[in-house]
Design a protein around this ligand. Structure first.
Ligand SMILES: Nc1nc2c(ncn2[C@@H]2O[C@H](COP(=O)(O)OP(=O)(O)OP(=O)(O)O)[C@@H](O)[C@H]2O)c(=O)[nH]1
Ligand SMILES: [Mg+2]
Length: 374
């Protein structure tokens, strides 16, 4: 006699739905059906991961520094070589695949910022379906601030497979959380408000909501959205992280050819692309600049009231930070006594302009904080 656990039953139901999904032809007539199938699949996955629980499935890694970047790539792309070049950390490099088997962190110091770089095992095709260490790798990727897609320029087309795999793991590079709001009620059915935005037809929206056991709700779309965007919001375990593309091993390719490949990727994906050689250390400064700006970091130079600014050691802050944010990060207790600041740099029109505590600073501003005398 074979006993089936609830988890097993959900798993086989999932397999059944995935099979049906892959067998169904995609066209206008099957759109709604496919949308609802995807919703069913997402709901089952959500139930499954809730049962398993998230604790303990990932590699353990402690975040440190001002921000964290995950190296994402197929085996042999050169992730460990790059980590070794960017940081002082040595991660085993070898001419065969699957050399790295756990997470190896290093710190890149660039523009005064400490950027944590995580070397990860190579991702493989089918990782989302539980092949290799997919789930563990995904758990680390999910908590990082930026994805660095590393591909061997000789196999540049693998980038698209890599992005696809990442999407299937519930990670959406270079996307924002879809602006959809769902207000649940006791009665009244489903009411859709889309204000002329392009969204799936009402039947599909209702069908998807029903799959997640929502039968009474007002749903507001604040922008164009697809059935998948709605499913992402409902399944609640999708993350939105920016990514950059790094083409490695350019030492093995003629310059014009490499340029052409890089331009094509830029055009197709809209992502920033840097060409490097991890083996020879080519263009690593350019890569550091890109990481710094895509992490939305900025340098603030602090100047004492009657002294000179420390141009060696900037205070690292996040884009959008105000004078008050900097004061708080420096010293949370004295921040309440902050009165104003003198600011020099891109965010002001005059030199040493007197600005209020809500003034938004910019990269490389020189700031003198003035506190109330107590
Ligand atoms: N020519 C050339 N070879 C490189 C470059 N970067 C890495 N390699 C070689 O590519 C192979 C794989 O490098 P690794 O750094 O181990 O690759 P990985 O992505 O960490 O591989 P896994 O840990 O197996 O996923 C090694 O033989 C490296 O010497 C480069 O810029 N140019
Ligand atoms: Mg490696």
């Amino acid at each position: 006699m074979i006993f089936m656990t609830a988890e097993n039953a959900t798993g086989s139901k999932l397999k059944e739905l995935e099979d049906e999904y892959s067998k169904t032809k995609h066209n206008k007539a099957t759109n709604k059906h496919l949308g609802i199938l995807r919703a069913k699949i997402a709901k089952l996955k959500k139930d499954l991961s809730a049962k398993k629980g998230h604790g303990g499935i990932g590699f353990s890694v402690k975040k440190s520094g001002d921000a964290t970047v995950a190296l994402v790539g197929f085996p042999n792309a050169g992730k460990s070589s790059l980590l070794g070049r960017l940081t002082q950390v040595e991660s085993k490099v070898a001419g065969y695949a699957f050399t790295t088997v756990s997470v190896i962190p290093g710190i890149l110091e660039h523009n005064g910022a400490m950027i944590q770089i995580l070397d990860l095992p190579g991702l493989i095709r089918g990782a989302h379906a539980g092949k290799g260490d997919g789930a563990k790798i995904a758990s680390v990727i999910r908590v990082s601030d930026l994805l660095l897609f590393l591909v061997d320029i000789n196999k540049a087309e693998e980038l698209y497979e890599l992005i696809n795999e990442i999407n299937l793991l519930g990670i959406r590079p270079n996307r924002q959380t879809p602006r959809i709001r769902i207000e649940r009620h006791q009665t009244g059915g489903i009411i859709v408000a889309a204000n002329n935005h392009k969204i799936p037809d009402k039947d599909t929206v209702v069908g998807i909501l029903n799959e997640f056991s929502i039968f009474n709700a007002d749903i507001y779309f604040y922008e164009d959205a697809t059935a998948d965007d709605l499913i992402d919001i409902l399944s609640g375990n999708v993350v939105y992280i920016n990514g950059v593309v790094v083409l490695n091993k350019i030492d093995t390719m003629e310059k014009n050819k490499a340029e052409k490949i890089s331009n094509e990727i830029k055009k197709k994906t809209g992502m920033d692309v840097v060409k490097i050689s991890a083996a020879y250390g080519t263009n690593l400064d350019e890569l550091g600049d890109l990481l710094f700006s895509r992490l939305r970091l900025m340098r603030i130079y602090l100047k004492p009231k009657d002294g000179i600014a420390d141009m060696e050691k900037p205070f690292i802050s996040k884009e959008g930070a105000t004078v008050m944010d900097v004061a708080k990060a420096l010293h949370s207790k004295t921040a309440k006594n902050l009165r104003y600041a003198y600011v020099d740099g891109k965010s002001v029109r005059f030199r040493n302009q007197k600005m209020g505590i809500d003034h938004v600073l910019q990269d490389k501003d020189v700031v003198t904080l003035v506190y109330r005398e107590i």
